[in-house]
Design a protein around this ligand. Structure first.
Ligand SMILES: Nc1ncnc2c1ncn2[C@@H]1O[C@H](COP(=O)(O)OP(=O)(O)OP(=O)(O)O)[C@@H](O)[C@H]1O
Length: 641
């Protein structure tokens, strides 16, 4: 009982969830005292899910238990450190024999057993093992499809759509690859032309289609906001296509993945599944880095084998909050290409043999060791940010974990901006307190245009819709992002301060005051609101009650909901970087806390910084932490590759 007692101590101190402990109690009850170690390892598998890992890596657990389990948690108090045994102590109590006995347990690798042990190394909850197997099997089938292609004709179409460049065009390569394969990943940073490529890909597919009727295209993204952005940018890009290619491509609506698959009341299962597949020829998923393993398994199950699956996303961004860094795993090493020689030869042929893939990108072992990379193209040139200018430079250096230039910028960001106008769109605000005058001024200036629109009211516009549209547009112009939720530099505190600075002490940050931006924190199917949707509390006229303004699902439509109908929202002057994924803001302010924490990683900083469209302010009490965070990477477990 010693191990179970230790586990209960962890739960009492908030180190693990009630769910994790309950699972251990269940296993302990079923298996008996002799299998106590298995019960405890079961709880750790469950705990790992909450950290975003679909399995527990037993080798890593033995090498570095605290790093692997991310315990003690960020905010563990001194008393909880005293009350609990450390992960290292738990490991000693478990002993080596616990690991060797695991495979013999009734709870492991039996038909329908709750746990699955893979290669004596990765321990899964069966459900997550099944998800992973579903994805591996499905992608394997899709990757084996090889559409018959007339390379010369394809080349001619690509010449029209992408031009006859002498330089290598990764966009063109991505398009060629997706025409050939049943599964393609197009990864790239902000503004590298993922949408540009996908629209030309759709045109190419339509052009080379044997059937006469238009392609059935489904566009989807993990959040409502990302779906809206995808829809807008795809429809905008469609207008740029030569007329003869546009004819058969209808304007498309993008939906959330939940909507694509059809949620059902009180069920995890979707309406579309293997026995009721989606009617589609091509399914394109944007912001795929946010898709977790459960959702990816559901998508692959619901997609007919004949349909193409295309994932778009930035592999370097934070992975989904839920378990499983699917895109990150699939595109790991995409920089290096690893194209098998015959794949490289075919890709070259589609370029009219003008440019050849660099030898460094060709790998004789590519097909066997990097199967997913034979279906992946990384777009490398951003049209939005130059890699040596301002936001682009900062994002690139952090993403590559290079600290030399970063260290210099931290020391003298102002001087660098003065000396070189290309660096003027990034600034560092080094302030010792989150309640400082400098941050207050930044927030008041940033939100002044929104305050003015609210003050002017709908009477200053032609109609209420125009006003509502202007408000929601303005809400995207300035945004505070925090690395953490709690503490002086956390999302909660910054929201309290912003409320005080903008609305005085008449209101508190969780009240329904006019001008309060809110983020929906849970999917609400009855209201058709999704986790991550952003609204603004407004009042149409003094006789009308306050309403929360959201964008509607139809292009240009707005919704004006009564606050009482919204049950899960939080104030969104500041949001966490995690929650900001899939969004962009003209001026983004990234707030880094004054203490180090495992959550501060290069992926977090990169994701926060690349939310900025035109201007970025990095607020840091201790800028050296930015260097430390840059050197820390997220390692997500999983067995997809
Ligand atoms: N090859 C190209 N020639 C001309 N313009 C291009 C090309 N590629 C991209 N663009 C333009 O660059 C801009 C950014 O491209 P796009 O929106 O496709 O990038 P993205 O990777 O989808 O960006 P995001 O990070 O927002 O998802 C767009 O205005 C697009 O029209």
């Amino acid at each position: 009982m010693q191990l179970m007692t230790s586990l209960r101590g962890w739960h009492e101190q908030g180190w693990i969830r009630a769910l994790d402990l309950s699972f251990a109690e269940y296993l302990y009850e079923k298996l008996g005292a002799k299998a106590e170690a298995t019960a405890v390892l079961g709880a750790l598998v469950s705990h790992q899910l909450a950290q975003g890992h679909p399995c527990l890596d037993l080798k890593q657990l033995q090498i570095a238990p605290d790093v692997t389990l991310q315990l003690p948690p960020e905010h563990a108090s001194a008393s909880s450190l005293h009350a609990c045994i450390s992960p290292q102590q738990l490991l000693s109590e478990l002993g080596d024999e616990s690991f060797s006995q695991l495979a013999q347990s009734r709870a492991v690798n039996q038909p329908n057993s709750p746990l699955v042990l893979h290669a004596n190394q990765r321990l899964y909850l069966r459900r997550y093992w099944n998800y992973e197997q579903q994805i591996i099997a499905d992608l394997g089938t899709r990757m084996a499809q090889d559409a018959p292609i007339h390379t010369r004709e394809l080349c001619a179409t690509l010449d029209t759509l992408f031009g006859k460049n002498e330089a290598i065009s990764w966009q063109r390569l991505a398009c060629a690859m997706a025409v050939k394969s049943g599964f393609t990943v197009i990864t790239g940073g902000p503004g590298t032309g993922k949408t540009y490529t996908v629209v030309r890909l759709l045109a190419t597919l339509q052009q080379h289609r044997d059937e006469t009727e238009p392609l059935r295209i489904k566009l989807a993204a993990p959040t409502g906001k990302a779906a809206k952005r995808m829809e807008d940018s795809i429809n905008e890009e469609l207008k740029q296509l030569p007329a003869e290619y546009r004819d058969n491509l209808t304007a498309n609506q993008a939906v959330t993945l939940h909507r694509l698959l059809g949620t059902q009341a009180r069920s995890r299962a979707f309406r579309h599944n293997a026995s009721n597949p989606l009617l589609a020829d091509v399914v394109i998923i944007d912001e795929a880095s946010m898709v977790d393993i459960e959702m990816m398994a559901a998508v692959t199950a619901a997609l007919p084998v004949s349909a193409k699956l295309i994932l778009l996303g930035d592999k370097d961004q934070l992975a989904s909050v839920e378990a499983g860094a699917v895109l990150g795993q699939l595109c790991n090493e995409a920089e290096q290409g690893h194209y098998a020689p015959d794949m490289a030869q075919w890709l070259n042929a589609t370029q009219g043999d003008r440019v050849v893939l660099d030898d460094a990108l060709i790998d004789p072992q590519g097909a066997s060791q990097w199967p997913y990379l034979q279906h992946t193209v990384m777009l490398r040139e951003s049209r939005r940010f130059k890699a040596d200018e301002g936001i682009g430079k900062l994002a690139t250096e952090i993403n590559r974990q290079q600290t030399a230039w970063l260290g210099e910028w931290i020391q003298q960001s102002e001087a660098m901006a003065l000396a070189d106008p290309k660096m003027a769109n990034i600034e560092l605000l080094n302030t010792q307190s989150s309640a400082s005058g400098a941050l207050k001024q930044l927030v008041q200036q940033g939100y002044a245009p929104l305050q003015k629109l609210l003050h002017d009211g709908p009477q200053a516009f032609n109609d209420v819709t125009e006003w509502g549209d202007a408000l929601l547009h303005q809400l995207e112009q300035f945004q505070l992002l925090t690395a953490v939720r709690l503490g002086d530099w956390g999302m909660r505190r910054i929201n309290e301060l912003a409320t005080l600075w903008l609305h005085g002490d008449r209101v508190t940050s969780d009240q329904w005051f006019i001008g309060r931006p809110v983020m929906v924190t849970h999917n609400d199917y009855s209201l058709d609101l999704r986790n991550g949707d952003i609204g603004l509390v407004v009042q149409l006229d003094p006789t009308d009650p306050p309403r929360v303004l959201f964008r509607g699902h139809k292009q240009g439509s707005l919704r004006w909901l009564l606050p009482s109908r919204l049950t899960h929202v939080e104030t969104a002057f500041a949001m966490t970087i995690h929650k900001s994924q899939g969004s962009e803001f003209t001026h983004t302010v990234v707030v880094v806390p004054e203490y180090d924490a495992p959550i501060l990683t290069k992926e977090l900083l990169y994701t926060g910084i690349t939310r900025a469209r035109e201007r970025l302010t990095l607020v840091a009490a201790n800028p050296k932490l930015v260097l430390q965070a840059t050197q820390r990477r997220i390692h997500r477990g999983g067995g997809l590759t």
